[in-house]
Design a protein around this ligand. Structure first.
Ligand code: GLU
Length: 376
């Protein structure tokens, strides 16, 4: 087993259109998909949480709608995506049902992964789905995409999902084998690069220009994805998916370019929370809560004595003691007004106070970075 997949707990797999869809007829490659599902099922059985980011909606849908012209207008692409997505999701549902695995469809935009309130919701939903043992199948929500649908956007979307979900590995399966020192179609001397410890300018230069053709964003978008993933503590592989059981092949040490990450996903997320966000308020905690936080627990409303500032759900806030010492920063699960109403109360009282059943914690431990050294 390859070292790079052996200890993976949470894995994102991105599947390019060219692998899934027969370009002329728009038919799905069922045999290939079944074999891929067998690989996914083997991972799930050994406890790996798997998320699939799949392209192919447009490629499937355009044939159904009878579009034969080589380039489509934005709204035609969106219509094709809407038609194809339902078929794509159904195919995943059917093939994973053979292994008693439930599939959940998630449609996201890149903005959803950036905007913190939506980010928090998407993350909570996907965490719940993973906890329940389902496999989320994710695609870009092409209907509401505001700019041209660019092939290759799913490479970045997959990397954003991997970052958002603290995945430890991302595998991009496409019709590209991996990174070469030069374009292998033009240069016979081009050497395959199996491992990229750091994305340097020399590595960037190897990506060259994106190829023409509709199935792949080429190496440029894959490198962009690698930067996002690696920065979030997630290692990433580019591998050729045009074989049967491509994931099993990677596990067996098959050819792939691995971009390594220098930090753990949790550490990377905590650094982001601690360093990059401007706090818009603070929560003052009592001694009991302080002890719980130092022990790696979430911040519950019961341990908060005061709420300062105006912030909304998902905004960054500082956490501090009554004496004013900052002990950490986190993303608030409630806006300031709601937080003021529930502090000092038990989590089970939240529903009666707010009229709906929200999160139990004011800041979830995964969204909290303690300033002092701690086990959080
Ligand atoms: N969302 C598009 C589709 O499913 C694909 C975008 C991409 O390949 O990057 O057809």
């Amino acid at each position: 087993m390859s070292q790079n997949l052996a200890n993976v707990q949470r894995l994102v797999i991105k599947i390019g259109s060219a692998l899934l869809v027969e370009q002329e007829s728009g038919a799905l490659h069922r045999t290939w998909l079944n074999a891929l599902a067998d690989d996914v099922a083997a991972l799930v059985r050994r406890g790996v949480e798997v998320m699939i980011v799949s392209s192919g909606a447009i490629a499937v849908g355009r044939r159904h709608l009878g579009f034969t012209q080589p380039t489509l207008r934005l709204e035609e692409n969106q219509a094709a995506a809407a038609t194809g997505q339902i078929r794509l999701a159904h195919a995943y549902q059917e093939t994973l049902a053979r292994h008693d695995i439930t599939v959940a469809q998630i449609l996201l935009t890149l903005d959803d992964t950036e905007e913190r309130r939506r980010h928090l919701n998407a993350r909570a939903t996907m965490s719940t789905l993973l906890r329940l043992g389902t496999v989320p199948v994710i695609n870009e929500n092409d209907t509401v995409a505001t700019s041209e649908i660019r092939f290759g956007d799913n490479d970045r979307l997959a990397a954003r999902v991997a970052a958002m979900m603290n995945a430890d590995a991302l595998i991009l399966l496409s019709d590209i084998e991996g990174l070469y020192s030069a374009d292998p179609r033009q240069n016979l001397e081009a050497a395959f690069i199996p491992e990229v410890p750091v994305i340097t300018a020399a590595i960037e230069a190897m990506a060259g220009a994106p190829p023409t053709g509709h199935s792949s964003g080429g190496m440029v978008t894959k490198l962009a994805a690698a930067r996002i993933a690696v920065g979030a503590g997630c290692r990433m592989a580019i591998a050729d998916g045009r074989i049967m059981n491509p994931l099993a092949a990677i596990e067996a040490g098959g050819r792939a370019t691995w971009f390594l990450s220098q930090v753990e996903p949790r550490t990377a997320r905590k650094r982001y929370i601690a360093g990059s966000l401007k706090p818009s308020g603070s929560l003052v905690v009592d001694a009991g809560a302080l002890k719980a936080l130092r022990g790696g627990k979430s911040l519950l409303p019961a341990g908060v004595t005061a709420v300062e500032g105006a912030f909304q759900r998902g905004d960054a806030v500082t956490v501090r003691t009554a004496e004013g010492a900052e002990i950490g920063r986190g993303l608030a699960a409630y806006g300031a007004d709601e937080a003021r109403r529930i502090i000092g109360h038990k989590s089970r009282e939240i529903e009666a106070i707010l009229g709906y059943r929200g999160r139990e914690e004011l800041i979830h431990r995964d969204d909290l970075a303690l300033t002092e050294g701690s086990r959080s």
